[in-house]
Ligand binder design. Structure first.
Ligand code: FAD
Ligand code: NA
Length: 383
């Protein structure tokens, strides 16, 4: 009960940025309600009980951004440790860098490519040009050719989506990163780091203001009629908000994490993330968090085998025509609701879009500016 200037559904990044901005920039009284038992949304991490290793509950999260103001913004909530993400893959039993670079191709095809020019030449011979690809198979063939496609991209896409690339729109594999150099970094963004004390601690600091009240284990739909709010933000699934409208549900792909502990073992695998693109096993990758945050001295290790599935937590919007058309219908409902109920929709679930963390932050900062007229000002501190 009581009156709040702003009520926010969801204590993930989108909700946290808005809460923090309203409290710090306007001194507004903010209520954040979160359905889950914890803050942080899908960025939530915690200390594994048996091993003492910091792990992420909803999959590996690497922060990377091109946005200088987003990078500036996240500095306010705790220290960051530079970290450049690298991924390995097991392909035909060989341990190779992912994304594909010169070393990957040399190992897989027993070549001795030594320069960017040679790599470009090799790629050009492999590629099957296509000016107007109609599906993800045609895109992939035009980018990497048949051999890499069959070895890596086709089976991996099937494991991720339970559909072959030929059945998926061109956008799914449009951004396959292929390197014509030796760069082993997974991301190319200028800012790449991990929050030194973990993501959850970052959220605790974002919610620290005395103006912000956070209620976990609380469903927004259960409390919205019981509190008075000047303005609402909803960062949950848009189809859940409009559940009474009898439109079909939007489809999502989800992930399942199988936890395994190895006692008295420094590391189970050679890298933080190892991909398993081929179909000789049923998982997509294995994540061993002990590789992060200087935890190598701990006596035991824990790792998570990752499999894609339908149902469960909504993770990846399924990009097909049905869902795009359906989302447009939900968007129209949202527009009406914004006008009549003073509610704004924000975040990856309300936009039915995969956002990286920096995009989620950027969008929430922009929405705050749009709704209040207060622009983000970069700190004068050196970053
Ligand atoms: P969420 O984090 O999903 O937060 C929404 C919150 O709303 C949730 O906590 C939910 O419980 C709550 N909620 C929903 N309905 C209700 C309701 N009715 N009442 C109350 N609360 C409700 N990004 C990167 O930049 N780098 C990465 O490496 C990376 N890895 C990822 C790996 C996986 C497996 C996934 C799924 C995402 C990854 N992301 C990564 C993306 C990142 O998780 C998102 O950008 C970020 O979580 C978006 O924040 P959000 O607040 O919009 O959504
Ligand atoms: Na608080």
């Amino acid at each position: 009960a009581g009156h709040y200037d702003v009520c926010i559904a969801g204590a993930g990044l989108s909700g946290a940025v808005l809460a923090e901005r309203y409290a710090s920039q306007l001194g507004h009284k903010v209520l954040v309600v979160e359905k889950r038992a914890h803050i942080g949304g899908n960025c939530f991490d915690y200390i594994d009980k048996d091993t003492g290793v910091r792990v992420s509950q909803y999959g590996a999260h690497l922060f990377h951004t091109y946005f200088d103001d987003v990078w500036d913004y996240v500095q306010k909530f705790g220290p960051w440790t530079p970290y450049e993400h690298k991924v390995r893959g097991i392909v035909n039993g060989k341990d190779v860098p992912i994304p594909v670079n010169i070393e990957t191709v040399n190992i897989l095809f027993d070549l001795n490519i030594q320069s960017q020019e040679e790599m470009d030449e090799w790629l050009k011979k492999e590629q099957i040009p296509n000016d107007n690809p109609q599906n993800s198979e045609e895109v992939a063939l035009s980018r990497v050719g048949k051999r890499l496609y069959e070895l890596i991209f086709k089976p991996y896409t099937f494991k991720q989506w339970n559909k072959y690339p030929v059945e998926l729109g061109p956008e799914v594999l449009q951004r396959i990163p292929v390197r014509n150099n030796w760069d082993e970094r997974y991301f190319s963004d200028p800012h790449q780091a991990l929050p030194t004390n973990g993501y959850t601690s970052l959220f605790e600091n974002m919610f620290k203001s005395q103006h912000i009240t956070v209620l976990t284990n609380t469903d927004y739909f259960q409390i919205r009629d019981k509190v008075s709010c000047g303005k609402h933000y909803f960062s949950g699934p848009i189809d859940a908000y409009f559940a009474e409208q009898k439109l079909p549900k939007l489809e999502y792909r989800s992930l399942e994490f199988e936890r395994k502990v190895e006692e008295n073992t420094q590391f189970f695998q050679q890298a933080f993330v190892v991909n398993h693109p081929q179909d000789n096993d049923d998982y997509t990758r294995i994540v061993e968090y002990k590789h992060l945050y200087n935890q190598s001295h701990l006596p035991h290790t824990v790792y998570f085998i990752e499999r894609s599935k339908d149902g469960g937590e909504p993770y990846y919007p399924v990009p097909n025509k049905r869902n795009k058309d359906l989302f447009k219908q939900y968007q129209n409902l949202a527009k009406k609701e914004e006008k009549t109920k003073n509610v704004s929709f924000v975040g990856r679930l309300a936009n039915y879009k995969y956002f990286n963390m920096d995009q989620a932050i950027n969008n929430a900062l922009e929405l705050f500016t749009k709704d209040t007229g207060i622009a983000y000002t970069m700190s004068s501190l050196p970053v």
